[in-house]
Design a binder for this molecule. Sequence first.
Ligand code: SF4
Length: 292
Amino acid sequence: MQIIIDPNASVCPGVRRAIRRAEEALKTRSLTSVGDIIHNREEVRRLEQRGLQTVEQERVVKGTVDVSGRHLFIRSHGVGEKILQRLTEGAASVTDGTCPRVRRIHRLVRGYAEKGYQILIVGKVRHPEVIGISQECPGRQVVIEKEEDLDSIDRTQKSLLVAQTTIGRRLFEKMQKRIHALVEELCVVDTLCEELDKRYQTIIDFARSVDVVLLVGGRQSSNTNVLYQLCKQVNAHSYLIEKAAEIDPHWLSDAERIGITGSASTPRWQLDAVKFSFGNNVQKGVLNKKED
Ligand code: SF4
């Protein structure tokens, strides 16, 4: 049995930057992240052991939790400019881990909203990145997650269409076609993350090259779910796990080549940990099953 780690699996530049900034700050002080710093429970736990705390973003924005005097951390998904200003005023310090690509979307929608445009965002309504973008254009945005959401568009308004960076090209292009047919004056800016575009092809190639795919990532991560669906399309023996303990030895029976890969929010240490487990529990499990 060969265990292969996907050579193209790595955290995206935005998440890498955010984690580095948090680690740097944690060397000298405890840090409070506004929302989960990353959609990956195992990585969050690792950072918590170094002094990271997390408060729900919704509660911070509503003011139902007091974060004044704390050292705050803004995750790669970002928050709206006004919220950031408010937090900065009360906090001991604010470390901004917002991905520069997300920050560019903020500037873009703010500018168009000021010019009176309706802002159409293809993305998940409850995703923190979409919430942050919406905070830049309050009252002017429509989030399009599914077909029914198209009914909420004011067809008479000039509109800007953007995407949550991780939503996946297929959904964005499908919605773009529909919206073109509805809205006369439409400006489209493709804000999908280019890093992920490249990654979609490499993970498909990797999934095709192995018998079983173990995709390591957070279940609540949008990007992990998009990558998982891509793997499933080309390799039916694809499984999404958060850690090695979730591997069912039945998945691996008769497999010669087992591929371990990850999403844009899966650090390398998690892939190594899954590979390492094959020298311990999983492989023993497979052997036991064969002996049954
Ligand atoms: S997926 Fe792209 S946009 Fe999102 S944090 Fe990573 S680099 Fe930034």
